[in-house]
Every structure is written in structure tokens, then in C-alpha cells.
Ligand binder design. Sequence first.
Ligand SMILES: [Zn+2]
Length: 247
Amino acid sequence: MTVNRPAILDANPFVKFGLSTRLGGVSPPPLGMNLSFHVGDLDANVVKNRELFFGSLEIGLADLAIPMQVHSNIVKYADVAGTYPQCDALVTDVPGVFLCVSVADCAPIFLLDNKKKVVAAVHAGWRGTATHLVWTTANMMDNVYGCNPKDIVAYIGPCVSSCCYTVGDDVASRFAPQFLKHDQSRVTLDLKSASISQLTDLGIPNSQIEVSSHCTICDSHLFHSFRRDREKSGRMMGVIGLVPGSN
Ligand SMILES: [Zn+2]
């Protein structure tokens, strides 16, 4: 059910991390492993899928902190499990609170400070990326939790990649030229590079940023993609948290 486990997060015994694919669920095709209640799937299927996915990580559904994503650059502190309205990133230093993001093309990004034991989960589509959401999240880890950027590791998960992410002038105009590629009649955006740049700007070493090579549109057997499948697209979830008793 998970793919491409990032070495940079798996190296830490006090961290639990997982990222679902479209494989392994009970929902009828094409939804499969759909983890969203908002895409026309039966609630009972979604509950079962969540039990399967989070159960495989030994994380209880009652321990999830879930942002009600709105493509903003708002980060919230999640000290308890539950839902967090109107935000697109969560940060915590509380063991046993497992931070989620829901994606189908947008970039799921996960941050960890090994020393201060702080984690963050970020949902960065073009709007969040254009408004520096991952920079804002890592900066909050620095300012609020005293994290040294040199101690932060980051994983940028599968998302719509520059091979497939054709954008119009309205979106392109929000990004610096180095994140855009012009070929023949189209302009493509590289969300991954834009987020890497925000993280390195803050002082996180490049060697501590791991990036998935997968594209959610190209790798159709593995991933849901809203841009590819529109209303037939399910949603994947990523989760990160500190193991209880780890601080
Ligand atoms: Zn692609």
C-alpha cells in the first residue's frame, strides 16, 4: 500500500511515516484505496480503507490530526488529534498525534527535526507552493520550536511533476522562471524544485531533502490523480508522527 519509503524518515526509530497509493483498498475501481469521504465513495468503504492503511502502520484512527485543506498557506499547531479547519499544514511536538495530508497531485511534504523531535505535514499544490507554504512551515519550526534548519530533514512525496504539469499564464506568473519549462506550445511547472528551493533558502541542507521520483499522472497504476481522472479520482493520504514515549 505504500511506495518509495523515504530513507530519510525511515532512519528514525521514533518516527512513524506512511503514504498510501491507490492499491489495496476495498472501494470499487477506479477508487481502490481511496481515503477521502468527499469524492462520492461510500463512507463504509473509506472507513475500511483507513483502517487498512493506518492499521498497517499501527496507527489508530482516533490518533489522526487531519487538516481541512483549502489551498492556503496557513500552518496550525496540532497538539491533539482531530480535525483542523482552514489550513494546509500541521506541526506537532506531541508524541502520539499523527499528522495527515490528503493528496491527488498536490505535493505531500513531511518535515522532521531529529533533535527537537518536531514533525510537520504539508499539502502543497501550486497555490501553497506559490505562497511559500513549506518555507512558512519550516520557519515556524525554527521560530516556535527552536529547530535549527540544519537539523531538519524533508521528504517531498509523489505529485504532479514537470513532465505533466502544464500551467496557464495565471499560474506561471506566480513562479520564478527557474521553476518553469517552456517547450513548443506549453509551459510546465516543477512544484518539487520550487519546494526544494524554499527549504534550502531557509538553511536546510540539500543532502537532507529527499524527493520522490514519481509523477502522480504518469504512474497511473500507483497513484490517484485529480488532473488525470477528475471526478473519478480518489485521494491518498500521508501521515507522520512521533511514536508515543519518544520524547
Ligand atoms: Zn508525469
